[in-house]
Write a protein that binds this ligand. Structure first.
Ligand code: F6R
Length: 369
């Protein structure tokens, strides 16, 4: 039931504040993160982990790439992120102090299921992040942390993505607590940021009309580029994936620092480029670098759409459009910056007269390898 919305995707995009809030529920105790499912897995076992490998596909893999920054920063454990189908077939080194985390909305993705089975046979313990109660991947795992995004019907993943990042952040903070790598005050600070996210996503949703308008102007665009840096990098790739699958437009997400190593050659007059701009307060070193990337592409004629923090005036002289997101600590910006990109892809799909909920050639869960 679309509940009055024009599509399941529109409904699910709007449900993102709840998806995050429901995923947090029952997992925060006195400003500290205590995930009951992880406590059951064993805090001692978690404290002994030397390496984390995250496996997932598509949007779920971008959630993993986003969380990699936070988990390493908070828990000081090396984290790598791999596509399930690559991991499984390259004879990876798995030791018994390796923790594998799988991420899957459906819990039925065959590539990820096979990778989970493979990892366990090789001696790793597997914790799964999943949105579907009783699905196959959770049954094959040592522990499950459910995302409580509610059923996701539209083929393009939206609310599951923000819920996955939320669950992974909870994991990271739980791990940091058992490892003692963050002070009580540092933990409380991150928890405060996390619980403020639902209201901030709601604010981003209120300004969605601007992005919608932009999409309708760009209905005959042939290619769109997305740039981001640090946690903005996986968000750039997620923005590009949404656009490919929903609007059938060639789209690429790049790390902004890669620009001069190749992709800048793609910039020609009129080329639309979305740039996820890091906070000038939170990322004092990266913000000017990304602003200078914007200047470089603007000088070559790019049409720049900046996703920037409220009050960031540095982008104004160079951006053609600025989409504002509320202030948040750097690691939490992805949960806000992704929303305008989802809406842009959805609206461009609508502008082209396509089926937003059921893009061609795609299935909601990919149960074949
Ligand atoms: C993109 C999308 C896919 C899925 C991927 C993994 O919008 O929906 O990329 O994210 O197929 O699916 P799950 O999370 O069910 O394993």
């Amino acid at each position: 039931d679309k509940g009055g919305w024009s599509s399941f995707m529109a409904k699910e995009v709007a449900e993102q504040p709840d998806a995050v809030a429901n995923t947090l529920r029952g997992r925060i105790v006195d400003d500290a993160v205590v995930v009951p499912e992880l406590a059951a897995f064993g805090d001692e076992a978690l404290a002994g982990i030397r390496r984390i490998v995250i496996i997932a596909c598509g949007t779920a893999a971008y959630a993993g790439m986003t969380a990699q920054y936070a988990i390493e920063k908070w828990a000081r454990v090396p984290v790598t992120v791999e596509l399930s189908h690559e991991f499984r077939y390259r004879d990876p080194v798995i030791t018994d102090d390796t923790l594998v985390i799988s991420i899957s909305q459906s819990g039925e993705t065959m590539d990820t299921l096979m990778a989970v089975k493979y990892a366990r046979e090789a001696g790793a313990r597997v914790i799964s992040i999943c949105n579907t109660q009783g699905a196959t991947i959770p049954r094959e795992s040592d522990a499950v942390v459910y995302t409580h995004a509610g059923p996701e019907v539209a083929v393009a993943s939206t609310k599951a993505f923000v819920a996955q990042i939320t669950a992974l952040y909870l994991f990271g903070l739980h791990l940091a607590r058992v490892r003692g790598s963050l002070s009580v005050e540092e933990q409380a600070e991150q928890v405060r940021e996390l619980v403020a996210i639902p209201a901030k996503i709601a604010t981003v949703l209120e300004s969605s009309a601007t992005v919608a308008q932009l999409a309708h102007w760009m209905a005959d665009t042939r290619a769109v580029l997305f740039l981001g840096r640090h946690v903005g990098f996986p968000i750039a790739m997620e923005g590009a994936l949404k656009l490919k699958e929903l609007a059938y437009i060639h789209a690429e997400g790049f790390a902004a620092g890669e620009l001069k190593h190749g992709p800048i050659a793609l910039i020609e007059p009129g080329q639309p480029v979305f740039v996820v701009v890091p906070s000038p307060r939170g990322s004092a070193t990266l913000h000017p670098k990304v602003v200078s990337n914007i200047q470089e592409i603007r000088a070559r004629g790019a049409r720049v759409i900046a996703i920037a923090e409220e009050g960031d005036a540095a982008v104004l002289p160079f951006a053609d459009e600025v989409v504002r997101i509320p202030l948040a600590a750097p690691l939490f910006e992805p949960l806000l910056a992704v929303v305008p990109l989802q809406i842009f892809a959805m609206e461009l799909s609508i502008a082209k007269g396509l089926d937003v909920d059921q893009p061609r050639n795609l299935a909601k869960s990919v149960t074949v390898e």
